[in-house]
Design a protein around this ligand. Structure first.
Ligand SMILES: Cc1ncc(COP(=O)(O)O)c(C=O)c1O
Length: 399
């Protein structure tokens, strides 16, 4: 299949946009020897915690590490049950699964594609330790009923906010509502720290201490050297002339570098403007696609600020006249547009079939997976490019 030549960049849907400020930030840190876990990381953590309205933030190497460390900090392991949704990236479920926890899924709401709180209530058992709601595509889950259940039934809520940087639920920032909030700065996300990166936010000082320890080999340094360890992790008794190192437990290295964090500081300042442009582009797409038969547009729930990490539409094969697979193929082959297919339900994967799951268990997610595609959206798109996208979806309908 040879792809048609078009003047718009609709094959690359990555959202990252860097400018001279990021270039300068990289150079500045490079000239300081490009350390790991230095001043820029501390600055980024302060700025990000303030942005989310949280007491603490810790940078990590990626969103997967943020989820994993949250589970470690909450002591999730064998004998515990963790619930999430089947419509997510495998990292959400892999974090608790690799620690030996039992994973189960909660089906999704057919309109928002997020975890259905009514079905969550039915899935709770006494050994349910944590629930990981995923703010899919950039819109927060309906958090009030999830948090109310957590209060009543005593499980931890860990927000997977990897898609939802800057999203809001009833004026609360994504990531600030659970015991931890986990973010990714992968190159496709609404802001990035040079292709990879992540952060954990929390208001819980004890959880934060465990996150900080396990992120960096559970190192405690006593004395006055900070060579291998950040001061705030080290609890250094001042006034000693020597230092020694101890490890509270066996931990990990999930640190971020200062070059990444320096870029993160600049990107965070731009996040609201990037999101404003994403929302404007989503509105433009929705206006243009409203009348297309067989296309279901994304729904923004009342009280939510959806930040459109992705722009999902459903393709009804009967009404639209084409299956999702044919649509994806025709968009690329005939129109040069790369359409995404986030996500194939996790219980279809070998990893979860091996754990006893089978098709048919989560009918809403399964039906959506047959129909959901994501159109490329990013802050750089011009109206001309969006018009081309709209024309492409119209042109393939019932032809
Ligand atoms: C919903 C969700 N959770 C977690 C992650 C993991 O983030 P990372 O790729 O930074 O490890 C991703 C990444 O795409 C994601 O989409």
């Amino acid at each position: 299949m040879s792809e048609p030549k078009i003047k718009f960049d609709l094959r690359i849907k990555y959202g990252t946009e860097y400018g001279p400020e990021e270039e300068q930030a990289v150079l500045d840190v490079l000239r300081k020897g490009a350390p790991t876990s230095g001043e820029a990381c501390i600055q980024f953590e302060k700025d990000f915690a303030a942005y989310c309205g949280c007491g603490h933030a810790r940078v990590v190497s990626n969103g997967t590490a943020a989820l994993f460390l949250s589970m470690v900090a909450l002591d999730v392991g064998q004998g515990d049950r963790v619930l999430t949704t089947p419509l997510t990236w495998i990292a959400t479920a892999a974090a608790p699964a690799t620690l030996g926890a039992e994973i189960d899924f909660v089906d999704v709401d057919p309109n928002t594609y997020n975890m259905d709180p009514d079905q969550l209530a039915e899935k709770l058992t006494p050994n349910t330790r944590a629930v990981i709601p995923v703010h899919l595509y950039g819109q927060c889950c309906d958090m009030d009923p999830i948090l109310a259940l957590a209060g009543k039934r005593g499980f931890h809520v860990v927000e997977d906010a990897c898609h939802a940087l800057g999203a809001e639920y009833k004026h609360r920032k994504s990531g600030s509502m659970g015991v931890t909030g986990c973010f990714s700065f992968h190159e496709q996300k609404n802001i990035s720290t040079l292709g990879e990166g992540g952060i954990i936010v929390t208001n819980d000082a004890d959880v934060f201490e465990r996150v900080a320890l396990y992120r960096s080999h559970c190192t405690r340094v006593y004395g006055n050297s900070t060579k291998y360890c950040r001061l705030d992790e080290a609890k250094v008794p001042m006034g000693k002339r020597f230092w020694w190192q101890d490890f509270d437990d066996t931990g990990y290295n999930f640190r971020m570098t200062d070059i990444q964090a320096a870029v993160g500081v600049v990107q965070l300042r731009k996040l609201d403007e990037f999101n404003r442009r994403r929302i404007a582009n989503a509105d433009y797409l929705s206006a243009g696609l409203r009348e297309v038969p067989g296309v279901t547009l994304p729904v923004v729930s009342p009280g939510c600020k959806h930040v459109f990490h992705l722009y999902p539409i459903q393709i009804d094969p009967d009404e639209y006249g084409m299956t999702k697979e044919d649509f994806v193929y025709a968009m690329l082959g005939e129109r040069g547009v790369k359409v995404g297919t986030h996500y194939i339900p996790l219980h279809f994967s070998t990893a979860f079939q091996k754990r006893g799951f089978s098709r048919g268990q989560f009918p809403v997610a399964e039906r959506l997976a047959d129909r959901l595609v994501t159109l490329p959206i990013n802050p750089r798109q011009t109206n001309e490019a969006l018009d081309y996208l709209i024309d492409s979806v119209r042109a393939l309908c019932r032809r």
